[in-house]
Design a protein. Sequence first.
Length: 215
Amino acid sequence: MPNQHCPLCQSNTRFFCQDKLRAYWQCQNCTLVFADRNALLSAQDELKQYQLHNNDLNDLGYRQFLQRLAQPLQQHLATPALSGLDYGCGPGPLLAKMLQQQGHTMAIWDPFFAADDKVLSQQYDFITCSEAIEHFIQPAIEWQKWQDLLKPKGVLAIMTKRYTCLEAFQNWHYKTDPTHVSFFSEQTFRFLADRDGYKLHFPTNDVVIMQRTKD
């Protein structure tokens, strides 16, 4: 059965809850909650959902939203001009543009909108992932890619809303998006940090900055 093992750490899982859309399971080790893998959208339907998003590069509101990630990231970078990869940039790579304006050299990658795998053949000083990690069907594979792409002492900057408990999750609007399939808690990020050697910072309830400590 596809739901018996966690798609992030491969540990055993347990049924978490059910809503009108689908069922959810929780990992008994890293606490990742994930949507029923039998209820996933096809790639074509997933793309249709993303094409409904309005990620206008000139939208000041969208820029302010992304500052929630860009500002704390900048505080954790050692020098003002570094190499970065915006992973899961979507159709409007505004975050990469903002970081370029701050002096960084940016690459972008997205499976639907910027699938140039050449950018995945080098390493980066930092990787950003804004409102994309919750879309990962196989987060273990994506996470391992990041370990290969990130330089020693590099920084991961992730924006995704974190769930807190079952009661809150049951009424959570975030899970009603059918493309949201993997849900992280603070404990999930602590598990990854402890396992793979990162220092953690939680500047807001939807941003985590992870500083690599392993050489």
